[in-house]
Design a protein around this ligand. Structure first.
Ligand SMILES: [Zn+2]
Length: 182
């Protein structure tokens, strides 16, 4: 297990477009494992490499009990849009907003072994693929909200306990010092 800290909104890495993967090597396989372990631990339905501070076009997903990953994704969106689906992001802990997304996607990319793959997704899978591919372009789900929801989101972000923390939140057990203050 190699669980990595998840970067929070405000960390510039989340706004930096990621680079395509060129070398399908041992390092890449380690990155996929770290992403998978971190996503499953969170737990989350998807995690993109920039969310653990790595600027490469890689994401993992766990939707409808299907665990997978995609390298250098290229997405085609279906025409129909779900305007109301609630969406959240591990980089915005505790917040969800209705986020418009295409209901179906066809994702082309590669496995960590460099084999080409095509994955067709609908509903939550399609939503996840759009969300994660956006991460690789430095785009966040709050960018996809309508004006009213975005205003609500910005307010909720300002009020969130993690707001302004670009480093990971360290959770300290209240019993770790037998109640004594440090
Ligand atoms: Zn996200």
């Amino acid at each position: 297990m190699a669980i990595q800290p998840i970067r929070l909104f405000g960390d510039p890495v989340l706004r930096t477009p990621a680079e395509p993967v060129v070398d399908f090597d041992k390092e890449l396989r380690k990155l996929v494992k770290d992403l998978t372990d971190t996503m499953m631990d969170a737990p989350g339905a998807g995690l993109a490499a920039p969310q653990i501070g790595v600027g490469l076009r890689v994401f993992t997903y766990y939707v409808d009990e299907q665990l997978g990953h995609l390298i250098n994704p290229d997405l085609d969106l279906g025409g129909e849009v779900d305007e109301e689906g609630e969406e959240g992001c591990l980089s915005f802990p505790g917040l969800t907003f209705p986020t418009p997304r295409a209901i179906s996607t066809v994702a082309k990319g590669f496995t960590m072994h460099g084999e080409p793959v095509t994955i067709e997704g609908t509903d939550l899978m399609a939503r996840c693929f759009q969300h994660e591919t956006d991460h690789l372009d430095g785009v966040l789900f709050i960018d996809r909200l309508d004006a009213k929801q975005r205003k609500l989101a910005m307010k909720a972000i300002r009020e969130a306990e993690w707001s302004g923390l670009s480093s990971p939140v360290v959770k300290i057990s209240p019993h770790s010092t037998q109640g004594r203050a440090l």
